[in-house]
Every structure is written in C-alpha cells, then in structure tokens.
Design a protein around this ligand. Structure first.
Ligand code: 5AD
Ligand code: SF4
Length: 447
C-alpha cells in the first residue's frame, strides 16, 4: 500500500514541476511516507525527524512533510514537531502539490487530515479516485510490474490493528476503472500486476443486477493482452468468494498460484480476543481447500506473538498451526499496542518483552526450517522467472558466466531467484535452472 502511495505522490509532484533528488542534501523538500501498523515504524520516523531538525538549523528553508497513516493518526501533535511543516493524511494526498507550494511560498505549517475518518465523504473518495486513476499508471519502480489498488480502508477491526482508524472505511473501486488502469499499464509494457487491498478477497462492487467480486476482476484482467501474471494481496481467511477465486486461479494460467492469508495466531482463545472470525481448525481446512484446488499453491502468512493474554500453550498452538500450514514464508511480529485500538484500550500488554523476543525467535526458526525444506524442492529444477533487474545484494558462490552481472527476479509463487545474466533481460521472462537454495532465495543458471 505504502509503496503505491509513494509512487502516486512522486508522480503527482513530477507533474507539478518538482524533481526527485537522490539525497536530502540537495532537496528543498523532504517527504516521509509513514506507516502506523507497528510502533517501531513510527519510532523510525521520529528519529528521521530528529535528524531533519538538525539539518534545518543550517537550512531553515527546507520543507519537511509527513504523509500517510502516522500523519492521520497524530495530526496536529505531529505538526508541533520543530522539523515538520506539512502533515498530510492518506485521504489528502491528492492535495500534496498544493500543500507543498503553499508551504514553500509562505513557510507556514499546514495540516491536512480527515477529522472523522470512519465517515469519510463521497467527495473525498471521488477525489482519491481521480488521483489514483491519473497517477496510478505512471511511476513504476520496476518498469515491468505495477500495483493496482482495488479497495481502500478496512471494516474488520481486528482488535490490535490501527488500519481502520487511519485508512478509513472499506471502499471498493469500480471494476471498469480497475480494468482500464490495468489495460493502460499493459500498453506501457507492464507484465505483472498486483491487486491490492487490506482484505482483497472481500472485494465486492454492485453494478445494476450484478455484484462483481475479486474473481471477476482476475478473470477480466486475464484477458488483457500483455499482462502475464496477476497476483493479489492480502486475503482475510473467509469462505466468501473463496471457491470462485480458487476457480479462476485454477483456470487462468495468468493468475499466480500464490495466496497471502495471515492467520495471526493458532490459539482459538487469542483469535477470538483479536476479533478474527475463525478458529485454527477452520483456517487449516481453508488452506486444505486451496491446496486441493491448486496443487503447488504457495501460501504466505503473518503472525503476531505476545498478544495480551498469550500463554505458553497459546503460543505452542501458533507453532503447531505454522507447522501444519507449511507456509512458503511468514511475516512475524511482536505485538505492539496501538493507541486507540480495542486491544490497547481494554487489554493489558501482559507478555514481557523478553518472552515476546523468545517467542518470535522460536517461531521464525520453525518457519525457516519449513521455508528451507520447500525451497529445496526446487533444486535442479527449472523455474520461470520475471527478471526485475540487478541484484542489490551481491551473492557469492553462484556459478554462471561471470562476465554478466547478478540479476534478480521472481517466480510465479514469489520466490526470489538470483542468477548471472545480461541487464538486457530486465523485464523479460527467462528460464533458470536452480543449483542452490536458501530458505527464501533460489540461486541458478540461465538456461
Ligand atoms: N502489533 C504487531 N503486529 C501488528 N500487525 C498489525 N497490527 C499489529 C500490532 N499492533 C501485523 C499483522 C498484520 C501485519 C500487516 O502487521 O500481522 O497482518
Ligand atoms: Fe487490520 Fe484486520 Fe483490517 Fe487486516 S483485516 S487491515 S489486520 S483490521
């Protein structure tokens, strides 16, 4: 979500005459796009702002803007920070160029956030829609791939989560607008699109007699010439539309066999306290359905360890679930109370930091073992890879023509693949034979 917002903003600013610079030293304006999901992310922003405060001592004209969820969450409190000139929430990003020009001219502080985020207006939604349709086709970090938002906000209110309070209520974009955007992206050479939504599988749009669901979007997008891979994140464990989604995944070679469906915990008691509407048994059955429909489907998950009241037994249930689910990878976080959420208001953060730390290490190790076993299945096999470009990290001990640089790409099921090859392959599909594996990365030779 945030990468997409950054891309939209940088594109809008380019059109308004701004240019991107590589370092803060050269910049007249510094914008920080923020996430509020965990406290750690916010602390990093505050430390950046501390650094910018110093820079501003010698360069008082520099304009600093904070955009995104933290801006919405903290509003005028953030504006009080010495370094900050602009605070702009996710709903206000269409105003960003105007806000910057205003701040540059008058050197005044500007606040643009939504007062009652849960009742955001139709007007705001339309403005966001126009912004997204105009700029959602321009700025792509990797030219052959793009993100397309299909819905905004969330209505789920998991008790630990800040998203519904900073991104507002769920709102689905019209299917024809989404499809039009994908067509434009395809005409610019995009081959892989990722459809985005907090609970992307609950996408629903009523038009006349028909209700469109995610499966309809996937199906229609599959007919677009030039688009080769379509994926979607993140799915909430739910039966609604699941059969239809699996069906298009099975039928369309373009829909990637990949599901990111977080469980968050394996303990039914904790799942209930999190306001997640399923049990661990039911969740595992849902995964079994997916695997029956799509043999070889790769499944990724998220977990929170140390949620209030999580006992050793509850944690053990999470380890058991993770092992049974056999995720390709999991994102694992320590619980951090987010101000204003139900968990923060009603539940005590009972699990001590050192216990959270122990549990995260244990769960990560269990996942690493599974990821390693699953990657090993690829050894000596051929995989199809969409090449992204030069590998940022340099990996040693991989064979192949050493005259060529190390490239990096991804498989349909989102494995990172590193191999030597000419830069001209960026944006192309290639076949790679895997010669070495690690839990998350496959190493190979171009065929
Ligand atoms: N503490 C820790 N992790 C959290 N997540 C969301 N809220 C919190 C929180 N308060 C995690 C969930 C979610 C991912 C995006 O971040 O696992 O799926
Ligand atoms: Fe947060 Fe739950 Fe919504 Fe995901 S589904 S964004 S975890 S409230």
């Amino acid at each position: 979500m945030n990468k997409l917002d950054t891309a939209l903003v940088s594109c809008a600013l380019k059109e308004a005459g701004f240019t991107l610079t590589a370092s803060v030293k050269e910049a007249d304006v510094v914008l920080i796009n923020t996430c509020s999901v965990r406290e750690h992310a916010e602390q990093r922003v505050l430390s950046h702002l501390g650094h910018l405060k110093h820079i501003k001592k010698s360069r008082p004209d520099i304009i600093v803007g904070v955009i995104g969820c933290m801006a919405q969450r903290l509003g005028d409190k953030l504006l009080e920070h010495e370094a900050v000139n602009i605070v702009c929430g996710p709903t206000q990003i269409p105003q960003i160029a105007d806000l910057l020009n205003q701040a540059l001219k008058k050197n005044e502080k500007c606040l643009a956030v939504t007062e009652k985020i849960r009742t955001s207006s139709e007007d705001e939604n339309q403005t966001l829609e126009r912004f997204e349709s105009a700029y959602g086709i321009e700025d792509k970090q990797i030219p052959s791939q793009a993100y397309v938002r299909v819905m905004r906000g969330c209505n789920n209110f998991c008790t630990y989560c800040i998203v519904p309070y900073v991104r507002g209520p769920e709102s689905c974009r019209p299917p024809e607008v989404i499809i039009e955007q994908i067509k434009k992206l395809a005409s610019q050479g995009v081959k892989k699109v990722t459809l985005l939504g907090q609970t992307v599988n609950s996408y629903k749009y009523k038009k006349g007699q028909k209700t469109y669901c995610l499966a309809d979007l996937l199906d229609t997008a599959s007919d677009i010439k030039g688009i080769k891979w379509i994926r979607f994140v993140t799915s909430y464990p739910s039966e609604e539309f699941f059969g239809e989604i699996l069906q298009v995944m099975a039928d369309s070679p373009k829909v990637c066999n990949f599901l990111h469906m977080p469980a968050q915990s394996g303990s039914d008691k904790i799942l209930h306290a999190m306001n997640r509407h399923y049990t661990s048994h039911w969740y595992l059955e849902l995964l079994a359905k997916a695997r029956a429909a799509i043999p070889g489907i790769a499944i990724a998950g998220d977990f929170i360890v140390g949620f209030p009241g999580e006992t050793e037994d509850d944690f053990q249930a999470t380890v058991d679930l993770l092992k049974k689910a056999r995720y390709r990878n999991s994102f694992i976080f320590k619980y951090s109370p987010r101000p204003g959420t139900t968990a923060e208001k009603r539940l005590q953060d009972t699990v001590p930091p050192e216990v959270k730390q122990k549990r995260i290490v244990k769960l990560l190790a269990a996942q690493e073992k599974i990821s390693d076993e699953l990657s090993r299945d690829f050894l000596h096999k051929e995989v199809k890879v969409l090449v992204e470009g030069l590998s940022k990290k340099s990996h040693r001990n991989i064979a192949g023509s050493s005259n060529n640089p190390q490239l990096v790409g991804r498989t349909e099921t989102d494995y990172i693949v590193v191999f030597n090859g000419p830069m001209s392959l960026a944006g192309q599909f290639v076949k790679v034979k895997i010669i070495k594996t690690s839990p998350l990365t496959l190493f190979g030779e171009l065929i």
